[in-house]
Ligand binder design. Sequence first.
Ligand SMILES: Nc1nc2c(c(=O)[nH]1)N[C@H]1C(S)=C(S)[C@@H](COP(=O)(O)O)O[C@H]1N2
Ligand SMILES: [Mo]
Length: 254
Amino acid sequence: MSNLSRRKLITSGLWMTAGAAGLGVAAKLAAKYGLVPPDHGGLYGPGETLTYAAQRLLTKHSMAREFSRDKISPRPFQNELAPLTEEFKKLQAANFADWKVTVDGLVHEPASFTLADLKSLPQRSHITEIACEEGWSYIAEWHGAPLHAILDAVGAKPEAKYVYYNSMEPDSWDSIDMDDALHPQTFLCYGMNGSDLPVPHGGPVRMRLPRQIGYKNLKFINKLTVLDEAGLKKLGNGCGSIACQYGYAWYTGI
Ligand SMILES: Nc1nc2c(c(=O)[nH]1)N[C@H]1C(S)=C(S)[C@@H](COP(=O)(O)O)O[C@H]1N2
Ligand SMILES: [Mo]
């Protein structure tokens, strides 16, 4: 049986089980296949597990839709910008020359990347949509260093399972699994529509992962940590992001 039809079979099994015997049983089946997201414990846990498991089985390597240049939105919609900290404003005044993204955790060589370092890695671009959970979306061209190139540079260890990312905005952090971290469209993004990434859109550096919804695309990224399962559980309340502490899903595949 081909890989894909095997995946489809497991997935339809998951959904049928969910219908017949309740979500909890389906979640157990998902656990058997190693498809449990970190926020599975809460009230919505079994449902989150089902979404994550189904998406991972069916779309593990699929690409987010890319658009032609004429589809780029003339007026990209910005999320409301939280007040910037003094530390941020200082870095901004110096054109972000001293902005650093430190990378540590389960890596052979912890490192820190300035904006110039990031720009010296091969630049990649894609024209993709960013969609907010509140219902709006826009299409832009995004430029950046693929996250896999950064993980390569520091030598992520085989036990790596998640990448934690932190924003300079206080209390703003999230994480993704290695499938998303190594996905070719996942960027540490520093440019938009041919220019530097504007601050309201997360400049100088944001996470840009078109396979997940807007709020996973954190702005002002200054730190990455490579983690295993136990490492992730130690963060916050263990569900993998600040967002899921407020009731949003950890995994939001589109
Ligand atoms: N640091 C930080 N990153 C953030 C947010 C935020 O408030 N602070 N909002 C998120 C949400 S909810 C969305 S939908 C997108 C919006 O990106 P945009 O402002 O470029 O449209 O950014 C995400 N990244
Ligand atoms: Mo959003």
